[in-house]
Design a protein around this ligand. Structure first.
Ligand code: HAM
Length: 415
């Protein structure tokens, strides 16, 4: 027996109302803030991610689904959505459009991770990117949009974590101080952190090991090392967030797991959970477009895992609207009645009335049971008597009341 590959899930019909609800709310928010949809390929050149997400990150080191295709090209199933959008921005000359260019996407994302609640090997992200301006007003817009998405979904008890990790001017000095600090505490670090201290010192700040967490609390803070332009950017952003009454907290240990970030980084977490359950995260990536061969172009974005949103909707008992289903079932008895039923079903559907038709040769009782299970409001029954009189029996499924009506009047009556 085949099963879905580990870390993947089938989204069966009873789950679909949650997905449609989230997609609709996300698309509504994008419309409200002026973001347009972009779809990029499911796979890209492996180099795109190695170069931007960073060779030393977990994603690139351990989690990418990469393979050589039949033409000998190294390709990777998309492990995140930002680099492909930036690649498209450069490839299609979107810098020629009014800036910033505001884009959003729904994307399947592939990461070879250890599966657990809310963590999959194939998950789905809703994300958006604002490319082409460095104004902290844009940071505030992107953060506000994320927050408003959660508000509109009906999710509460969330925390907004904010930090600034500086730019290529000021970060080297900070990293130097960070390494010095950790070098003095080398023996207290976990094995992973010892190994990554030299190449990825920022990662030590969000290590889950309790000893490393304790050390991180007294580690040097990036915001104390910002150059004047980065400090000014961060100050303005905080003023705007205060003006928007967004309840952010500055978290010195927030660094994000991808290498392309500059200045602003932020994450939204459910209050009762730890950092493993981050709902969504994002930040600025002012050097990424240039890294991909474009002109220097500041940008910022955000992405959220749809599975994690749904997990939290269920935990917080948010009810979502049911999807529309046909409200009419057609039952029939015998071959001749079947031909009439096929035609009646077609007439109703062409008139915009949804119909589910009985198939096979089950008894009338079994057909009515099926209609009941489907939850339709009406069943139309065609038997021998109806055939003789050119009528159809119209049954109200909740009251059980039934009356015969002329076949030709059925569409109008149902409407
Ligand atoms: P990320 O933090 O790696 O950021 O992923 C964004 C969100 O995707 C996470 O907060 C989480 O909700 C969800 N997610 C990540 N991995 C998994 C998984 N294995 N299973 C289920 N959900 C998961 C990015 O990918 C950046 N591209 C975000 C961004 C956009 N930054 C700027 N623009």
């Amino acid at each position: 027996m085949y099963r879905a590959p580990r870390g993947t899930t089938d989204i069966l019909p009873p789950e679909q109302p949650y997905w449609r609800y989230v997609e609709q709310k996300a698309a509504d928010i994008c419309q409200l803030y002026g973001y347009e949809r972009i779809d990029s390929p499911l796979f890209e050149d492996a180099g795109l991610f190695i170069r931007t997400v960073g060779a030393g990150t977990d994603i690139v080191e351990k989690e990418m689904y990469s393979f050589e295709d039949k033409g000998g090209n190294q390709v990777t199933l998309r492990p995140e959505g930002t680099a492909p959008v930036c690649r498209a921005y450069v490839e299609h000359g979107l810098h020629n459009q009014p800036q910033p260019v505001r884009l959003y996407y729904f994307a399947d994302i592939f990461r070879y991770e250890r599966p657990q609640a809310g963590r999959y090997r194939q998950h789905h992200q809703f994300g958006y990117e604002a490319i082409g301006d460095g104004d902290p007003v844009l940071d505030a817009e992107v953060i506000d949009m994320a927050w408003q998405l959660f508000v509109s979904l009906g999710l509460g008890r969330l925390t907004l974590n904010l930090n600034s990790i500086g730019c290529k001017e000021c970060r080297p000095e900070y990293l130097k101080r960070l390494k010095e600090y950790y070098a003095d505490h080398l023996s207290e670090l976990c094995r992973d952190c010892k190994a990554r201290l030299d190449r990825a010192p920022l990662r030590l700040l969000d290590c889950k090991n309790p000893d490393c967490q304790r050390l991180a609390q007294s580690a040097p803070k990036s915001i104390d090392y910002l150059c004047p332009p980065c400090a000014e950017h961060f100050n303005h952003l905080q003023q705007y967030l205060e003006a928007l009454a967004l309840p952010f907290i500055i978290n010195h240990r927030l660094v994000r797991g991808l290498d392309y970030y500059t200045r602003t980084v932020f994450e939204i977490q459910p209050e009762e959970e730890g950092s493993q359950s981050t709902l969504g995260g994002g930040g600025r990536y002012d050097d990424l477009i240039e890294e991909l061969g474009g002109k220097p172009t500041p940008a910022i974005g955000f992405a959220v895992g749809i599975e994690r949103i749904i997990l939290n909707l269920k935990r917080q008992a948010v009810s979502v609207p049911a999807l529309r289903k046909p409200q009419v079932f057609i039952a029939c008895m015998g071959g001749e009645a079947k031909a009439v039923a096929v035609k009646l079903a077609a007439t109703l559907r062409r008139a915009g009335i949804g119909v589910i038709e009985a198939v096979g040769d089950r008894s009338l009782k079994a057909q009515l049971r099926q209609a009941n299970n489907l939850g339709v409001r009406h069943t139309l029954i065609i038997g021998e008597d109806e055939l003789k009189t050119g009528t159809v029996a119209l049954r109200d499924m909740s009251s059980g009341e039934q009356k015969n009506v002329p076949l030709a009047q059925a569409p109008d009556l149902l409407r």
